[in-house]
Design a protein around this ligand. Structure first.
Ligand code: SAH
Length: 466
């Protein structure tokens, strides 16, 4: 398998400095799974190409220290020597390590300068075909050219193979190109990753810094990169969501949240909301309660005052927020019998989570509007299909009410992180759809002073499992 890196920037031979490999030499490196050769098939001022050729020793690996005994014939007959896979990523890291990290001892000024670069892979096995290939590279700004190879050109009736010759082009730094290749090459191929270990999540997050959190396919990338190991994958993703949050100062209440609070303050809407939620949970007779997206623990504080509640589990995707919650609830200083009633856990509502099963009720207060619409479906199943508490109390803003706030420009949401805000009709349609699908009955309650035409500022749905 072959990775060719080219540039046409003048002088193109700078590529040799950036890769730390002299264009005049043919070099060979020993790797744990075979050999890597580096050479330059074209070197002139207009265009320069460096090749990384991997010679994977499939047989040597079987006989080596950690032979994979899972499928004996597969050890000898496989595409590892020919198709780019995680081996290529390992080779990039080992042979082009400085370039990958953006270091250049001799010519440091070259590192940050974007170059017109092209990377060719011969060949890449792409599960899911060209659409997957484009879906991964194009959002990162690459132009993609892909040629699919037939299984055997003498037997066209056998159809296409999963193998592609792929070229991607972009004007960028060499370090960025190598980073994207490092992460994405193993993603295309769904075979067992040569190196899936605990530190794989760290590698993914480190190499994904600055781009993966914004990639529309980040879930698929993490899922494939971590080879469907749900625990690693979940951990990686919940951390990616965190990475997306803007960095905030020491202030515990971020500015944008303050804006929402001050907007709603004259009504003390927040308090009214909490009281309505507590009342709805109480009247359903709940003793063991989930607070999903618990934030800084305002609802938990109210629930703790209520003797009816034996067990309260707060979950949030943000570790920082959970730390604030633990501090504000003074969990460390509560007497044991109180502290034992509360637990805070880190988790994401995007993933099925056994820890959420077996509760009487769940509160989801001002959370759904923070979820990306395409991910709502996952949330719906996580809560109503898998966790399935008897009662769910869910609140969300009523968008119609926003016009009553002079300080909120038309068309804007109440909070910078809101992905949407629903009208009463939209919320009720959504909630009724869920109730029908998952076997719940739902009723709606207003929260806050109701405007005749526009309704209440907050809408609340109480779902009861039939
Ligand atoms: N329920 C709290 C906080 C509402 S703010 C209150 O009423 O005060 C929304 C909260 O949802 C934030 O704390 C945010 O971190 C959390 N959140 C956003 N996406 C989430 C997800 N996928 N899983 C769990 N929590 C999430």
């Amino acid at each position: 398998m072959l990775l060719s890196l080219s540039t046409a920037d003048r002088p193109a031979t700078d590529l040799g400095f950036l890769l730390h490999k002299h264009p005049d030499r043919f070099q060979t490196f020993d790797l744990s799974f075979g050999k890597a050769h580096v050479y330059y098939p074209e070197v002139d001022a207009d265009r320069c190409t460096a090749c990384l050729l991997l010679d994977v020793d499939a047989v040597g690996m079987v006989r080596g220290k950690n032979p994979d005994q899972s499928f004996l014939l597969g050890q000898y007959v496989n595409d590892r020597p020919y198709a780019a896979s995680s081996f290529m990523s390992v080779a990039i890291a080992q042979v082009f390590g400085s370039a990958l990290q953006g270091r250049c001892k001799d010519r440091p000024e070259l590192v940050a300068a974007p170059l017109p670069l092209e990377a060719r892979l011969d060949v890449l096995s792409v599960r899911g075909g060209e659409a997957v290939l484009r879906g991964m590279f194009e959002p990162l700004g690459y132009e993609v050219e892909a040629v699919r190879h037939p299984l055997d050109d003498r037997f066209p009736e056998w159809g296409e193979s999963p193998y592609f010759s792929v070229a991607v082009r972009k004007t960028t730094t060499l370090s960025e190109l190598l980073t994207h290749l490092y992460v994405l090459i193993p993603v295309f191929d769904t075979r067992k990753h040569y190196f899936v270990g605990d530190d794989e999540t760290e590698k993914l997050l480190a190499k994904g810094e600055g781009w993966l959190a914004r990639h529309p396919q980040k879930e698929e990338i993490a899922r494939r990169y971590l080879r469907f190991q749900p625990s690693l994958y979940r951990m990686a993703l919940s951390r990616l969501v965190l990475e997306e949050e803007p960095v905030e100062g020491e202030d515990e209440t971020p500015e944008k949240q303050k804006a929402e609070e001050s907007l709603e303050k004259p009504l003390s809407l927040n308090d009214q909301r909490l009281m309505s939620v507590v009342a709805a949970l109480r009247s359903g007779g709940a003793k063991r309660v989930l607070d999903l997206g618990c934030g800084e623990g305002k609802l938990i504080r109210e629930l703790l005052k209520d003797r009816q509640m034996d067990e309260i589990l707060g979950m949030d995707v943000s570790v920082r927020t959970l730390e604030v919650a633990a501090r504000r609830l003074k969990l460390e200083r509560l007497p044991d019998h109180q502290a034992n009633r509360v637990k805070l856990i880190h988790g994401s509502l995007m993933y099925r989570d056994r820890r959420l099963e077996g509760f009487d009720a769940a509160a989801v207060v001002e959370v759904v509007e923070h979820l990306d619409p395409p991910r709502l479906k996952a949330f719906e199943r996580v809560l109503f299909e898998f966790a399935k508490p008897r009662t769910v109390v869910l609140t969300t803003p009523n968008r119609e009410y926003n016009v009553t706030w002079d300080t909120l420009p038309a068309g804007q949401f109440r909070h910078a992180d809101h992905r949407f805000e629903w009208t009463r009709q939209e919320f009720q349609d959504w909630a009724t759809g869920i109730a029908t699908r998952f076997g719940y009955a739902v009723r709606f309650l207003p929260v806050g002073p109701e405007d005749k035409a526009l309704g209440p500022p907050t809408q609340l749905g109480v779902f009861e499992r039939g």
